[in-house]
Ligand binder design. Structure first.
Ligand code: GDP
Length: 198
């Protein structure tokens, strides 16, 4: 399946989110977790460049997603600012710009939140806070365990068990942007959450 995607807009003000017409899939994670790589891998294009594109890193970036052969876009991917850079462990809400919480709490068309966790870094306090926050907002969450290619299958198995035990409320899937591991399964979850047929 070929995906045609297009950068739509970059928003840092809750009053300027685009109209909530298509189902949205949000990508969240600590800085350097591999978020741009996951988005680029799913879309088959180097469209997300959060760390190297000035001005886009503290905003929510909206990407339209269209499947080849379809006349129009069917969903939106939203790339949220990475968290966890602050030296002191703080509330997610104090590290994040003020438009993030309204987005996660109130966006009516937000169908699925992908919470990314690097398999090489044990879950941090900021990850737990995010997961608690999403849980409290009643969001459907899929944990994507990134950079899975860096571990042996035995190590990966153990990390997946640890993540599943720590976050029982969400499904956890291993992913590697490098090898393509997990790509099809993550797409299946996205299609299911957004109401599209597989
Ligand atoms: P972001 O800051 O969360 O958007 O992260 P990036 O996508 O820019 O990736 C951060 C770093 O992790 C880069 O050096 C990537 O090359 C590396 N990386 C990302 N995905 C993978 C992966 O699947 N496997 C491996 N081995 N490295 C990865």
């Amino acid at each position: 399946m070929r995906v045609l995607s297009q950068f739509l807009t970059s928003v840092s003000d809750a009053s300027r989110f685009p109209p909530p017409t298509l189902p949205e899939v949000a990508f969240l994670g600590r800085s350097n977790v591999g978020k741009s790589s996951v988005i680029n891998s799913l879309l088959g294009a180097k469209i997300a460049k959060t760390s190297s594109t000035p001005g886009r890193t503290r905003a929510i970036n909206f990407f339209e997603v269209r499947f080849q052969g379809k006349p129009r876009a069917e969903m939106i991917f939203t790339d949220l600012p990475g968290y966890g850079y602050a030296k002191l462990s703080r509330e997610i809400s104090s590290q994040w710009p003020s438009f993030i919480e309204p987005y996660l709490n109130d966006r009516p068309n937000l169908a699925l939140c992908l919470a990314l966790i690097d398999v090489n870094v044990p879950p941090q306090e900021s990850d737990r806070r995010l997961l608690d926050f999403l849980n409290a907002s009643g969001r459907t969450v899929l944990i994507v365990a990134t950079k899975a290619d860096r571990l042996s299958s035995n190590q990966l198995h153990n990390v997946m068990k640890t993540l599943a035990a720590e976050f029982p409320q969400a499904q956890v899937l291993p992913f590697s942007a490098r090898t393509g591991t997990g790509r099809e399964e993550v797409w299946r979850q996205i299609r299911s959450a957004t109401g599209l047929q597989s």
